[in-house]
Ligand binder design. Structure first.
Ligand SMILES: C[S@@+](CC[C@H](N)C(=O)[O-])C[C@H]1O[C@@H](n2cnc3c(N)ncnc32)[C@H](O)[C@@H]1O
Length: 426
C-alpha cells in the first residue's frame, strides 16, 4: 500500500487536474515534518513538470493519441518524479508505491497497473539518464496559455525573449518561505537582506510549525511585507480590511495602529473561522464580519480612515508558490474577476473618509487586475494618488503610488498595489 504522503500527493493531483481546484490549504497537515517535506517536494515536482512528465510517457502508450485516464497519469507522474528528482527515495519505493497507487480504485486506474510498472521499471534502470532526458525537454511543455500570459504581463514593457526564459526558470524553483516575527523568533530564522523584519529559514532547518501555531510569527511573502511598509502620516481611528482571511495584513495593520478600531470582512465562513483563529493566536483585536464586502461597504455607515482592499484575483503573481495555477489558470473567468474587483473598488471608494488612505492590492501581474483599476480610480473626482512606497522595497523608483515589484530583480511574489486618498471637501 502507498504511504500516506504519496497517497495525499495523488489525491491532491486529482483535485488539481480532476476538479480544476487549487491545492487545498493545509493539505499536508496530518503528516509529520519529515513526511511533509517529502510530500511537498514530490507534489512540487509533479505540478511544475506535469507537461514534461506526460510528454515523456505518451510515446510509450499503445495509443498515444488517445492518452490514458487521469489515475494512470497521476501514478506515472509520482513514480517518475521520484526516480528523476528525489535522490533519497529508493527505486523500490518509487516504483512499487506508484504501482500500488495505479491499482487504487479511487486514485488510480487498476487496469493500468502493468503499464505503470513497465514504464517505471524501464525509467528506473538509469535514473541519471531519466533526469537528463526530462530536464532537456522543452520548458514550454510545462506552460499553459495562462502561464504565457503571466510571463508576458510580468515582463511588460520589457522585451520578452531571454527575459521570459529567465523568469520562468525562477518561477519553476521551489520558493523559500518568508516569515514575520510577532514575538521572539527561533534562531533558525535569519534576516532577509534589504527587507526589514522579514525572516527566512536557515539552510536545512526544519519548518517552524510550532512557532507559527503559537502565534509568535506568521508566513508572509516579502512582497506583502514590503507592501505593508507603506508610508503615510495619517493616524487612523477606524480601519477596514475588506478581504481579510487568513489575516496576514490584518495582523500588520493591527500592530501598526494599535489604537484604531479594526473591522475585518471575509465572505467565506470557513476562511473567516481561520481568520478568527489566527487573530486570536496572535492576540489581535478586530471585529470579524462574515459578509460580502461589496454590499456591506455600500450600506450607509461611517466612512473609514484607512481601507485595505486585498482583492480576490487570478493569483498570477504567485505561480512560484502555487504551481497548480499554471494548469487551472486557463479556466479562470477573468472578465468576471475583473468586474468583481471593480465593484469592490467602487464600494471601497464610497466608504473612504476625506483625507483617508485606500490601498488596493492584488497578487497578480496582469494589468487588467491592477493598473487598469488604478487608471479608473484616478479618473474619479475627489480621488488622488498617495506616494506611499519608497524606492528600494520592490519599487525601483520612488516614492511611488503604484507598487509593482520588478519580476527579475525582486525575489518576492508578483504584486500590484496602489494608494489613493479622498481630497477633503473645500
Ligand atoms: C487575497 S485574499 C486576502 C489575503 C489577506 N488580506 C492576507 O493578507 O492574509 C482575498 C480574500 O478575500 C475573500 N473574498 C473574496 N471575495 C470577497 C468578497 N466579495 N467579500 C469579502 N471577502 C471576499 C477571499 O475569500 C479571500 O479570503
Amino acid at each position: 500500500m502507498a504511504t500516506q504522503s504519496r497517497t495525499l500527493v495523488a489525491r491532491t493531483l486529482q483535485v488539481v487536474f480532476g476538479d480544476g481546484d487549487r491545492v487545498p490549504d493545509a493539505w499536508d497537515a496530518g503528516l509529520s515534518s519529515e513526511d511533509a517535506g517529502l510530500a511537498n517536494a514530490l507534489l512540487g515536482h509533479c505540478l511544475r513538470r506535469w507537461g514534461t512528465l506526460q510528454a515523456h510517457c505518451r510515446p510509450q502508450f499503445r495509443n498515444p493519441a488517445r492518452g490514458v485516464p487521469l489515475g494512470t497519469q497521476v501514478a506515472l507522474a509520482i513514480g517518475l518524479a521520484q526516480l528523476a528528482w528525489l535522490e533519497g527515495v529508493t527505486d523500490h519505493a518509487a516504483v512499487n508505491e506508484a504501482v500500488d497507487l495505479a491499482g487504487d480504485r479511487d486514485l488510480g486506474f487498476p487496469p493500468h497497473r502493468g503499464l505503470v510498472n513497465a514504464i517505471l521499471r524501464r525509467a528506473g534502470q538509469d535514473r541519471e539518464a531519466l533526469r537528463a532526458t526530462l530536464d532537456a525537454m522543452d520548458p514550454a511543455l510545462d506552460r499553459t496559455p495562462f502561464a504565457e500570459l503571466t510571463l508576458k504581463a510580468a515582463l511588460y514593457p520589457r522585451g520578452q525573449g531571454v527575459a521570459r526564459e529567465q523568469l520562468w526558470k525562477r518561477l519553476q524553483a521551489p520558493p523559500r518561505p518568508t516569515f514575520r516575527a510577532l514575538g521572539p523568533a527561533p534562531a533558525t530564522l535569519l534576516p532577509v537582506e534589504g527587507v526589514p523584519g522579514a525572516l527566512q529559514l536557515a539552510p536545512g532547518a526544519a519548518f517552524p510549525r510550532e512557532w507559527l501555531a503559537s502565534g509568535q510569527g506568521m508566513v508572509q511573502d516579502i512582497s506583502s511585507q514590503a507592501l505593508m511598509a507603506f508610508r503615510w502620516e495619517g493616524a487612523p481611528r477606524t480601519i477596514l480590511d475588506a478581504c481579510a482571511a487568513p489575516g496576514g495584513k490584518t495582523t500588520a495593520l493591527a500592530r501598526r495602529y494599535p489604537e484604531a478600531a479594526l473591522t475585518a470582512l471575509e465572505k467565506h465562513p470557513q476562511r473567516a473561522g481561520r481568520l478568527r483563529e489566527n487573530l486570536a493566536a496572535r492576540g489581535i483585536q478586530a471585529e470579524v464580519v462574515v459578509e460580502e464586502a461589496g454590499p456591506w461597504m455600500r450600506q450607509a455607515g461611517p466612512a473609514f480612515d484607512l481601507i485595505l482592499l486585498d482583492a480576490p484575483c487570478t493569483g498570477s503573481g504567485t505561480l512560484q508558490k502555487h504551481p497548480e495555477l499554471t494548469w487551472i489558470g486557463p479556466a479562470i473567468d477573468r472578465p468576471r474577476m475583473r468586474a468583481a474587483q471593480r465593484d469592490l473598488l467602487e464600494a471601497a471608494c464610497s466608504r473612504l473618509a476625506p483625507g483617508g488612505l485606500l490601498i488596493y492590492a492584488v497578487c497578480s501581474w496582469l494589468s487588467e487586475e491592477g493598473q487598469d483599476h488604478r487608471d479608473w480610480a484616478l479618473a474619479q473626482p475627489g480621488l488622488e494618488p498617495v506616494a506611499a512606497w519608497p524606492a528600494g522595497l520592490g519599487a525601483e523608483e520612488g516614492p511611488t503610488s503604484f507598487f509593482r515589484p520588478d519580476p527579475l530583480t525582486w525575489p518576492g511574489e508578483g504584486f500590484q498595489a496602489f494608494a489613493l486618498t479622498r481630497t477633503p471637501e473645500p
